[in-house]
Design a protein around this ligand. Sequence first.
Ligand SMILES: *[C@@H]1O[C@H](CO)[C@@H](O)[C@H](O)[C@H]1NC(C)=O
Ligand SMILES: *[C@@H]1O[C@H](CO)[C@@H](O)[C@H](O)[C@H]1NC(C)=O
Ligand SMILES: *[C@@H]1O[C@H](CO)[C@@H](O)[C@H](O)[C@H]1NC(C)=O
Ligand SMILES: *[C@@H]1O[C@H](CO)[C@@H](O)[C@H](O)[C@H]1NC(C)=O
Ligand SMILES: *[C@@H]1O[C@H](CO)[C@@H](O)[C@H](O)[C@H]1NC(C)=O
Length: 315
Amino acid sequence: MIFPALSALLYLFSRLSTSQALPLPKVYARAAVRQNLSQTQVASTLLRPALFSRVAYCSSETVANWSCGAPCDALGPNQVLLTGGDGGSIPRFLVTHDKTTNAIIVAHQGTEKDKVLSVLNDLETALVEANATFFPATADTDIRVHSGFQSTFERTADQILQAVQSGLKSTGATKIIVTGHSLGGAVAVFDGIMFSQLLPDVPLEAHMFGLPRSGNQEWADFIDKNIGDNFSFVTNQNDPVPRLPPLFLDFQHASHEIHIDDVNAAGQAVKVQTCLGQEDLNCTAGKSLLDVSVNNHAGPYFNDIKFGKSQCPLG
Ligand SMILES: *[C@@H]1O[C@H](CO)[C@@H](O)[C@H](O)[C@H]1NC(C)=O
Ligand SMILES: *[C@@H]1O[C@H](CO)[C@@H](O)[C@H](O)[C@H]1NC(C)=O
Ligand SMILES: *[C@@H]1O[C@H](CO)[C@@H](O)[C@H](O)[C@H]1NC(C)=O
Ligand SMILES: *[C@@H]1O[C@H](CO)[C@@H](O)[C@H](O)[C@H]1NC(C)=O
Ligand SMILES: *[C@@H]1O[C@H](CO)[C@@H](O)[C@H](O)[C@H]1NC(C)=O
């Protein structure tokens, strides 16, 4: 079944690509030699963030005392510092102390695969100035960000910043990890940049899944400069969401895409590759419009991890 929003988007793509040459991304990898990521590398950096992003879909009541069933149990003991959100204009979120890694985790709920294209369509996609209250170094620059994603971020930024600051003190945690799937990933990118600006001395990691583009080329460069190698976003096979909003509207991804090329019948990623530079044409940016699967947006990522409310057995 083709979703109406998807066909509208494809129509838009086809119109624009026949009426004008689709500009190439401004930075891209030539003669890319991509690295294969081993299971060990995946397990040490990406697996737990993916599991936390999955928990972010579960109800605040079950997450608050870490009793959300399998998604919580898969992570071991956590001291939850803050939960909130309404599952609507304020997607659910959690701030927790992960005892296994002694990190403060911030995770945001994303969007169900059958709604994601219409939600992306409905959100204000204008490129606007970044909010200098949270990102002081963006003042008087050409950095522009996705208006709808930034507004969503602003609704929770203050309380999340406070919870993280007091959590670092009360738990003795040694780093912050931000994560999210889909629109939750977009919000978590803003969180990550906020921490890099306002808590620059605290080690930070940021790992996203099924991430849409969140700003312009200068914003992508700002992410590269401020989070660099500690930033990554995982794209799964033919998921169209990481291709939106499109390059021709001046949106651009930061570096450090990790692309899942192949998944076996058991839901294990069997081919995971690091991509080179921003918008590597050998990864998602190079996909044809015919290679679209909205189902790939939900997963499976790595060890059969899927995202959505259906993954939360207790609601
Ligand atoms: C993609 O990778 C192949 C081999 O891995 C290489 O021959 C090709 O030049 C790459 N394409 C781009 C656009 O980097
Ligand atoms: C990655 O793995 C594929 C097989 O899945 C292999 O063909 C390719 O050469 C490997 N690339 C590198 C850089 O090792
Ligand atoms: C967690 O909270 C829920 C709802 O508030 C309650 O039903 C459940 O018994 C609590 N579980 C534990 C392990 O405390
Ligand atoms: C930045 O976000 C804060 C908190 O939501 C808001 O009060 C303020 O108006 C925003 N600033 C700009 C320039 O949009
Ligand atoms: C990047 O992550 C590593 C591992 O968590 C951490 O030691 C390092 O301090 C981080 N770097 C920055 C700039 O946050």
